[in-house]
Write a protein that binds this ligand. Structure first.
Ligand code: CA
Length: 658
């Protein structure tokens, strides 16, 4: 679009000189509301007030349209309306010589009507659920203390088997219910009560800001993960009981967070600041054409995200927007962490600025921050340092990144469907080793920077990936396979004992299947949903995960945040490249002890000669091929043989064995 090329020349980084540090958006008080929009190149801006969030509602109509005044120094347009505007909807009419007058929502909107089309003025304290003033963040001493379970709001409770009431299924409020499998009295706990029993202490929730891909006004069956932001600073309407009333989604989202906090579970929000639902016609695009996005030399939209537009974190006012937005969620919604989608598209300076801003909150340095630090092609000023793995050394130790090395080494590459890893055939041992050390010999400064995972919302589930690579056909996902489960247990033993922050997609521990779907972002709910019946059908696998999580919590060196525990450990290799192990030393069971971790990815047993490593004495197993936890599973000494496809984890025996 030629207009854009022209505007870009006048816009882009050149507008940075108008940087404004103050508050933007609708500044509410009971007496009046001041509207502020930053737009240095607009020729005219008006604010329009509406009675409803859409014209299809009863009582729809315009209340008034008011010309705003520009401050030529900083490019901020403002107008104050007298009276209590709580619940009044509004938009801006932004004029630009090349683009004409266009109507837009407020990029700083804290509330909105159906589909986020019109912003809404909100008296925020009225959205607080009962007891919100007593709600506290769930924070960890160090990021490595977290065990993260990634879930999508709709997936969590879509199924009847969740036991959630019909009206709350797929919604924020599902998290507030105490539920059992299929709603049976005395049945196994599901949903949040299940998570408490499982022992995970942190959920990462896929996008729950307002996204554009689901029509909130429609009753038809729809699905999208929601990586398509429309209004960054308010929750998604389709997860609420009433998307038309701007306050409802806010209150119900807070109730979800409160319920998780009550269960002792931290909440990490998946934030997608790297692109927007649409480029042309987005609130950013209309507010200040050409400024908030990156363009290449030819004037086309930069598309490193693959979603059609890359935002420009290196531009002052988008950087400010990201900081303001994260701070708003952290404070207003008591969030415990943020996961940055395609963090590699943001610059290092911005990520550091967000970290520094969070650090200013009470115990703010403990708020989790990590992201996808992939290498990405994007049109940025040459020399701009991007927040990818190569530059993690430039970021603080409490900013982490997903570790693709261990993901692929454990179970094969994400991108080649039949490729295998350590748990299928004992291959890639050295890469698994690297991962066990949290990639600290590579890009991570400390284990707190490495988020270890073998499954997430992207790609196949663990069970599907193992099935496909082993059977090489697409028809067996729905069946139970003992050999696949054995591999899954070995993978879990590696992931939950490795240095770093363990992370898994919801249901990895119940052999979740999406029937092989490797990119289910808009697949039907019946593919994406968690089938809670699997906690019974795969209860042995769930128990194994539960035991590993318990062990991780008990033995501090698994959660070492410094990287020294693993450096002091001793590495043990078998003659074959398929077996490996190490020792770790630290406080466990009330005293200082050594642990011995042995892993065998081969289809035959592997023996470790302990005496040749100077390891004498007796060892108590707490994890073997079938069971995991902190209870005694047999004693070993001298030469220890680890059966095919399994882990054996042992604790040094006491002189006075319990
Ligand atoms: Ca929406």
């Amino acid at each position: 679009m030629n207009n854009y090329k022209h505007i870009l020349c006048n816009s882009g980084a050149k507008l940075d000189k108008f940087k404004f540090d103050g508050t933007l958006g609708a500044i509410y008080s009971k007496e009046s509301t001041e509207f502020r929009l930053w737009s240095p190149i607009a020729s005219c801006v008006k604010v329009r007030l509406y009675k409803t969030g859409s014209d299809s509602e009863m009582g729809a109509g315009v209340i008034g349209t008011y010309k705003m005044t520009k401050n030529p120094v900083n490019g901020v347009w403002s107008y104050t309306v007298q009276g209590d505007l709580n619940g009044v909807y509004y938009t801006y009419l932004v004029s630009h010589p090349q683009m004409g007058e266009r109507e837009t929502g407020d990029i700083y909107a804290k509330a909105a009507g159906v589909n986020g089309e019109r912003s809404m003025v909100i008296d925020l304290p009225t959205t607080n659920p009962d007891g919100w003033d007593k709600d506290d963040r769930v924070l960890f001493e160090h990021p490595t203390d977290a065990v993260i379970w990634e879930v999508q709001v709709r997936d969590f409770s879509y199924c009847e088997s969740s036991g959630v009431s019909e009206k709350n299924r797929g919604k924020f409020l599902a998290f507030t219910e105490h539920t059992t499998l299929n709603g049976k009295e005395g049945g196994k706990a599901t949903c949040v009560d299940y998570l408490k029993e499982l022992g995970i202490n942190c959920v990462q929730i896929n996008p729950f800001y307002d996204f554009g891909s689901v029509d909130e006004a429609s009753d038809r069956e729809q699905y999208n993960w929601g990586y398509d932001p429309k209004n960054y600073n308010l929750p998604e309407g389709s997860f609420s009981s009433d998307p038309y009333k701007g306050d409802v989604r806010i209150r119900e989202c807070k109730q979800m967070i409160q319920a998780l906090h009550d269960a002792g579970i931290a909440v990490v929000m998946d934030v997608v600041y790297n692109h927007t639902y649409t480029g042309h016609g987005s609130w950013f695009d209309i507010s200040v054409p050409g400024y908030y996005y990156r363009y290449n030399a030819e004037g086309f939209w930069s598309n490193g995200s693959g979603c059609g537009n890359d935002t420009a974190s290196e531009h002052e006012m988008y950087r400010k927007f990201m900081i303001d937005s994260v701070m708003y969620w952290a404070q207003e919604y008591h969030l415990d962490g943020f996961r940055f989608d395609l963090m590699g598209l943001h610059d290092v300076e911005t990520m550091k600025a967000i970290r520094e801003a969070l650090n200013t909150l009470p115990q703010g340095e403990k708020i989790l921050m990590y992201g996808e630090a992939w290498d990405m092609f994007t049109s940025c000023e040459p020399g701009t340092k991007m927040a990818n793995q190569h530059n993690m050394h430039l970021l603080p130790e409490n900013v982490g990144a997903f570790c693709d090395n261990i993901r692929d080494a454990v179970k094969g590459s994400e991108f080649e469907q039949y490729s295998m890893g350590f748990v299928q055939n004992g291959s890639r041992r050295n890469e698994v080793f690297r991962g066990m050390r949290a990639d600290t010999d590579f890009w991570a400064k400390t284990p707190t920077q490495a988020v270890n995972y073998a499954s997430c919302h992207d790609g196949r589930t663990m069970y599907d990936k193992l099935c496909l690579s082993v059977f090489r056909d697409n028809s067996r996902y729905h069946l139970r396979h003992e050999n696949i489960l054995r591999m899954n247990r070995l993978a879990a033993a590696i992931m939950l004992t490795s240095q770093g922050i363990p992370f898994m997609v919801a249901g990895e521990e119940m052999a979740r299947t999406k029937l092989g779907d490797h990119n289910s972002y808009k697949s039907p709910s019946k593919i994406n949903r968690i089938d809670w019946n699997r906690i019974e059908e795969y209860s042995d696998l769930v128990d194994y995960y539960r035991g590993l999580i318990e062990l991780r919590k008990k033995f501090a060196p698994f959660r070492d945040h410094t990287g020294t525990a693993i450096q002091k450990g001793m590495w043990l290799f078998t003659d074959n490249p398929t077996g490996a192990g190490y020792t770790l030393e630290g406080e466990a069971y009330g005293k200082r002890r050594k642990m011995l971790l042995l892993f065998n990815g081969a289809h035959h047993s592997e023996c470790f000669d302990l005496a040749s490593h100077g390891l004498t004495g007796w060892w108590d197993a707490v994890v073997n091929s079938e069971e995991a936890g902190t209870k005694f599973l047999g004693e070993y000494s001298r030469t220890i043989c680890v059966p095919a496809t399994s882990a054996l984890i042992l604790v040094e025996q006491d002189e006075i064995t319990p």
